[in-house]
Design a protein around this ligand. Sequence first.
Ligand SMILES: C[S@@+](CC[C@H](N)C(=O)[O-])C[C@H]1O[C@@H](n2cnc3c(N)ncnc32)[C@H](O)[C@@H]1O
Length: 530
Amino acid sequence: MSESPLPAVYTKTEPRPAPNGQGTGLFATTDLGVGKVVLNIKTPYVAVLDTPRLEDTCSGCLGRRQHGEPGVVLKACTGCQVVKYCDRCLAQYSTVSSPFFSSSLLFTSLYHYTSLTNSEKTCQAKDWKFSHSLECAIFKQLRPRVLPNNARAVLRMVLRAAKGRYSPPELDAFSKLETHAREIRQLNPQQWGRIALSSKAIKMYSGTDVEEEVISACGAKLDLNSFNLTNTVYDRVGLYLHPYAALINHSCDYNSVVGFDGDELFVKAVRPIKKDDQIFISYIDTTYPSTVRRSELSERYFFNCDCSKCKLGLDAPEARFLSGSHDTSKLHAVEGEARKLMQSAAADDSPLVTVQKLKSAMHLLHETSAWPVTRQPYVSLRDELITALISAGLFDEAFIQAAIRYLRVDPVVYRQDGHPIRQVHAWALVKLAIHLSADAGETRLEPLFRNHHIATPNLSLLVWSVLHRLVHMEDQSCVVPSFKDMLHATFDDVQQEFERGRSNPRSMTSEINTQWEQIGALVDLVLANE
Ligand SMILES: C[S@@+](CC[C@H](N)C(=O)[O-])C[C@H]1O[C@@H](n2cnc3c(N)ncnc32)[C@H](O)[C@@H]1O
């Protein structure tokens, strides 16, 4: 992996002009196999948590330790009480006076900050050094109001730039990023209004002499170029920006995927890439039909996608209905009803009501006899249903739904075995099976199989077979290192459990196949009655 001129950036790519009005793009400098690292960035230009995640995610490791070490408790920064850190990594403090904010900021009293005397490897010390020392007093002054994520991100960039924390190549790369500021002003006046208001506030809070217009341009750059920051299991936790990663253009038929391990970014090849090929990621959820994708891309990113998948239009697999003749206007009406139910389910507080609404929406689609389980919004409805069933404590039903997704949806929707979403869904199935098999008494799973005259499968064998497959295909897998570590640790535990029981699943291939046949039979019956 060669180091780029930008600090902390390791890559097998270089920026070049891209064809078809795509501006600059990144191009492979060598052939790259599936699962290979295309780009690894150790330190973000800026990364912030979404406001609700400030409560439950460490602002230092961005949740990396929380997944590896269950039971980690978060403690609030004693200064601002807004950001929290893993307790195991909290530093020892001594309180000293800070000269930082006395003049430039709006504070009447001298703020006391805690100087860190412990190792810099701690989450709080790391974040303090990176940026929090510059913003802590501002957050404290504003409490109980917490700035929105994009305002906190722009504030961080302004404060870090003022303290000379960015190198000249980083500042230069950031300055060259596309903003589409003119299009935002003309076409999305609400977005521009939010950016402008936020810039005014940032200028006031930070006391910076940078002009509001320049801060607004930072805000527009952030909106256009930031990534969804995700945790180890690919749940969104915040915003991330780096000017090198921001050069990657979009294709719905992408060859690479992005993931985060704490604040470290990984771009991996999800398909084989040849030297000089352009690197493409997806900016949006590509499981939706081209009409939806194209309008999302033109509204937020101001371009018309012309990729091979978009060219297929209604002939593309994700847009097709089941074979037969269909009244399309009726199908659209049903889709509208299903979407309304989905929206109202999202707004509901009660998991059981949410479950009912989502099931009703799925039933509407199923009743058309035209809607494949792999066509949106069916796919998203099932994802939401699994989450709602888990919240409602209905783990057996969640397990069956996760098995439907694993066996019948994902192989079509995410064709590559190593696709991170496919791996995360497999992990969810494993977790549910482990949870159910740990239940001492009879779970509701047994009657479910019995009622359909199917023998109940041995969940431990299923868990072993999924984990065995995931661990053995890890070279081709596009997940981040902490996810792989989690799989390894769980597989080792399961393997040891079998060894203690003096059995060896490696020699039980036909038993394992039988368990999958049993699961497959129930999955098809549940789908037929959806
Ligand atoms: C995150 S930036 C990517 C880097 C950008 N090409 C540059 O030169 O700074 C996103 C912008 O790149 C352009 N872009 C990305 N993918 C594209 C595509 N498939 N076709 C046309 N333009 C694209 C659009 O202008 C979009 O708003």
